[in-house]
Design a protein around this ligand. Structure first.
Ligand code: OOG
Ligand code: MG
Length: 267
């Protein structure tokens, strides 16, 4: 049976509060059997609550677009989420663990849109709306216990998105080999410990080509009458599995032709 507006609003308030206060909640589907459509309505409801607090929409993210991510999470279907201004962390910035549940980081590339992007589009058409690409790290932080969820639960929880960091090297998509950029993510432990390469990948792992991910996003929201706007940021999805973060970590990602992006982790 379809869930009422009232129930969907209540679920939106629940995921919103969990993200805002960094508290863990049980999966929503334990209580209500959400459909895919209802899960996205809960996600949008939670984003409206952020908007009421003055937290502006700045873009969107795709998730579960690589085999590595699908296998790590046990969910085998691409999903999308929303990015807001409060989620942005500056390159070289500091992530405070106390404001998160059990954060993980993953290597991505981001698109910066110069024009409106409205589906249906092919990947090549989608790239025409892109001004620049850059290296990006997404910090995901599921609000569900043990970072475990079903497809519809993770959708309701804004696709686990928590923060994102963009590299400062901006390149035109035509100036880089977007179909196969090497990506190396390193993690330093506390001061004095050795630098460790934790994930090595290629942008080819992101839906076979990050532009396919961008087009898929535009095409998924088009039936709702929605489009991506000029100025919007789009994260294409993690190229590798995500890495858990600990106090003292210094994370850096280097992407062929796109330089590096970093952040550090404090208590
Ligand atoms: C879901 C979000 C996946 C990605 O890049 O694949 C995602 C999760 O792993 O919790 O952001
Ligand atoms: Mg991601």
């Amino acid at each position: 049976m379809a869930l009422s507006e009232e129930v969907l609003d209540r679920l939106a308030a629940r995921v919103d509060e969990a993200a805002e206060k960094a508290t863990l909640i049980p999966m929503l589907t334990g209580e209500h059997p959400l459909t895919l459509d209802e899960a996205y309505r809960v996600q949008r409801g939670a984003m409206s609550l952020r908007a009421l607090r003055g937290d502006a929409l700045v873009g969107m993210k795709m998730g579960l677009t690589s085999k590595a991510k699908m296998e790590q999470m046990g969910v085998h279907q691409p999903i999308y989420g929303h990015l807001t201004s409060a989620m942005r962390l500056d390159d070289g910035g500091v992530l405070s663990l106390s404001r998160h549940c059990h954060p993980r980081c993953e290597p991505e590339v981001a698109f910066l849109l110069g024009k409106e992007l409205k589906g249906p589009v092919t990947p090549a058409e989608a790239l025409l709306a892109v001004d620049a690409v850059c290296a990006a790290i997404e910090i995901i932080d599921s609000r569900y216990e043990a970072f475990k969820f079903t497809l519809n639960d993770v959708i309701a929880d804004n696709a686990s998105s928590s923060r994102f960091v963009l590299g400062s090297t901006l390149r035109k998509p035509s100036d880089v080999a977007l179909e196969n950029l090497g990506m190396v993510m390193e993690l330093n432990g506390p001061p004095g410990s050795d630098r460790r390469v934790v994930q090595i990948g290629s942008s080819a792992a992101i839906y076979e080509h990050p532009a396919r991910s961008l087009a898929a996003l535009a095409n998924q929201i088009a039936p709702l009458g929605e489009s991506l706007k000029p100025g919007h940021i789009v994260l294409a999805g993690g190229a590798t599995a995500a890495e858990a973060l600990q106090e003292g970590d210094r994370v850096s990602l280097r992407v062929d032709g796109l330089g590096a992006v970093t952040f550090t982790v404090t208590a």
